[in-house]
Design a protein around this ligand. Sequence first.
Ligand code: FAD
Length: 380
Amino acid sequence: MPYQLPTEDQTLAVESFRKFLQSEIKPVAREYRDRFIPKEKMRELTQRIAEFGLPGCSIPAELGGMGLTFTMQGMLFEELVACSCDIALAVMINLGLPLLLTGASQELRDKYMADALAGKIFSSVAISEPDVGSNVAELKTRAVRDGDHYIINGEKTWISNGEYSDVVVVTCRTESGLSHILVDRKEHGYESRNIDKIALGSQSTAQLFFQDVRVPVTNLIGKEGEGLKNTMKLFEVARGHVGTLSIGLMRASLEESIAYAKDRKQFGKPIAAHQLVAAKIANMAMLLDASRLMCHRVFGLIDAGIRCDMEASMAKAFATEAAVRACRDAVQLHGGNGITKEFNVERYLREAIIIPIPDGTTEIQQLAISRALTGISAFA
Ligand SMILES: Cc1cc2nc3c(=O)[nH]c(=O)nc-3n(C[C@H](O)[C@H](O)[C@H](O)COP(=O)(O)OP(=O)(O)OC[C@H]3O[C@@H](n4cnc5c(N)ncnc54)[C@H](O)[C@@H]3O)c2cc1C
């Protein structure tokens, strides 16, 4: 895919979003650094951010979205991550519901699409379970048909936005295989419990508990048994965005490292004038650029309607591991200051080591890439 310069419209949209983020979102992110942002506060933020096109950007205009591209969405998303990885993650998860609703019944779309696009409701996509992580095909959560309803029983874990969620799309085992069922917390009821993490503690990762939850069959998204296929389609988009989470972290690390390396003096000159420090800056910049190009290739292919599971795996694995290296170098470049809370780079590193895990670990992406190239599965 050839490199494409951003259009004037894209540049203007990014610039105005950046200004808004700096004045309205950055102060809140600072205030809540490493502290949980309560649901209503987070909702205020997601509603403001929705005005700029997240999550509506890539949703067709006839469904209430802006009808723009995934490339544009990725550009806006990078700005948000560079401002706050926590808030970006909450917004990224909210991107899932409108995308899934594009394949849902008119009834479900009418009920949820407008509020989802306006950032008014929080949604989660619940796949992982305590005993089932990388091997999604083994999911245990069951949805048993009872007349016009499903009865859902099971437990999900690591669910982003879980504690905030108003609705959750649960991947369940039904008679014909894995299926996606939309569960509404108020109408159908489920419990959640937040999980403490090494970083990204301003947003929610949670366990969800479903005990005899009765949901109408009309809440099925897509067809019964198509849950795995639809999950893989969602992963294609999600992996480009997860890669972009890491891009935002690398960008923030690089910007702060450049400023520090110009300012901090040792041996009578700025540390940027020492060749080993200069090499670190150059390496961080190369990792950032390569990752960004790989993620933009994914968005470009999706915009062109071309399936790109392998490229999405490559972008996710490369960008998320690149960020671990780049953010670690940023801490090293800051010396002792790098490990203090006075500077941001220690937080970026804690955030960076989380991102290679969700949406398929690096190892799972490597297996998927190799399978696509050789035709031979090394999964089991
Ligand atoms: C911050 C965060 C947010 C998340 N958000 C969500 C969410 O919103 N919804 C959701 O459903 N899930 C979510 N997850 C869960 C995530 O998708 C899983 O953690 C991930 O798929 C890995 O599963 P696991 O943790 O059970 O690890 P396991 O599958 O137990 O893997 C443990 C280790 O073994 C390796 N491994 C496993 N199988 C193989 C193999 N065949 N070959 C080589 N190595 C292997 C893995 O790479 C890993 O290093 C989130 C996780 C995190 C950390």
